[in-house]
Design a protein around this ligand. Structure first.
Ligand code: NDP
Length: 295
């Protein structure tokens, strides 16, 4: 099966690595060409010079870009995919994108005989490396069944969320919850440090009690207490996700003050910490504001 993969970032490169083997015939493209060259040195893949060349023969195309804005750019920009996608091809967009843009891309491609599925992933770089990502997809069952083996190469829990755009919607809300958990755990622990409670002791209790979350069980012990703060998922991308959730809520007339406030706080965190900071580094903003370190 001829597969094209566009976007070899932190998670994209790890996902693509599972497609660099039989029964797949993989072509990769990345904006910074040296990353695609490095990938092809380590894996069985060919490098395409442009998005148009990458997708020319592909039956399945995967995009994994920061947001739907970049997906649109790679589709419509100079040497973009649009003119070269084969009739009958399926574009699986693994970007954590936004539902309205995904719906409009699906409609445009549909008019050209190309199918579209939004298929954002969760599980981070650890699950991407292991090929055990959770994939939440939106689109038609009959289309997905044609590309299921490709998604199964990097996904373990694969869930149909609904029509096109539903995968994006679910992903945005999941990540909004992650953002809320990071800030609420950081605030709670900062208060406890001020109250003289050792954060390790606090987490021992919280993680055996109802206040626990993935943030308290894994992210804070492994990344904050150790002061390691590894860079695996950029804060800027989480800010984008919670922004998508906030806009979606507004469009639907939902009242979500907690999501709106968390979106504002992640915006502040991005301004303070910059484009390269990891999402868990948002904790540093709360620490600084409170004059404590959670360690
Ligand atoms: P990165 O920021 O590490 O990589 C982004 C990729 O997009 C790079 O290949 C980059 O190319 C490319 N890119 C950026 N801007 C453009 C552009 N204008 N035109 C073409 N290509 C562009 O992101 P991740 O790999 O971490 O994330 C990709 C998607 O997956 C995002 O939607 C993210 O929210 C989601 N995600 C990420 C997770 C993670 O743990 N990292 C977990 C779950 C979902 P270049 O190399 O040239 O910069």
């Amino acid at each position: 099966m001829k597969v094209a993969f566009l976007g070899l970032g932190d998670i994209g490169a790890l996902m693509a690595s599972h497609l660099a083997r039989d029964p797949f015939d993989l072509v990769v493209w990345n904006r910074t060409a040296s990353k695609a060259d490095d990938f092809a040195r380590e894996h069985r893949a060919r490098v395409a010079p442009t998005p148009a060349e990458a997708v020319r023969d592909a039956q399945v195309v995967i995009t994994c870009l920061p947001s739907s804005v970049e997906v649109e750019a790679v589709l419509h920009g100079e040497n973009g995919m649009l003119g070269s996608l084969r009739k009958g091809a399926v574009l699986i967009d693994c970007t954590s994108g936004d539902p309205p843009t995904s719906r409009s891309i699906a409609a445009e491609l549909g008019g050209r005989g190309v199918e579209f599925i939004d298929a954002p992933v969760s599980g981070g770089t650890t699950a991407a490396k292991a090929g055990t990502l959770t994939v939440m997809w939106g689109g038609a069952e009959s289309v997905f069944e044609r590309v299921r083996p490709v998604v199964e190469a990097f996904g373990k829990k694969i869930v149909h969320a609904g029509p096109v755009g539903s995968g994006d919607a679910l992903k945005a809300v999941n990540n909004a919850l992650l953002a809320v958990h990071i800030l609420s755990a950081a605030e709670g622990l900062a208060v406890l440090v001020k109250a003289g409670v050792d954060p390790k002791v606090a987490l021992e209790v919280i993680n055996a009690s109802s206040g626990r979350s993935n943030t308290s069980e894994n992210l804070i012990p492994q990344r904050v207490l150790t002061r390691a703060f590894p860079r695996t998922f950029r804060l800027a991308l989480l800010e984008k996700d919670i922004g998508i959730a906030a806009v979606m809520a507004e469009d639907l007339g939902a009242r979500t003050p907690l999501i709106s406030l968390t979106a504002e706080r992640f915006h502040e965190a991005r301004e303070k910490l910059g484009e390269k900071a990891d999402h868990v580094e948002a904790v540093k903003m709360v620490e600084e504001e409170n004059g404590v370190e959670i360690k």
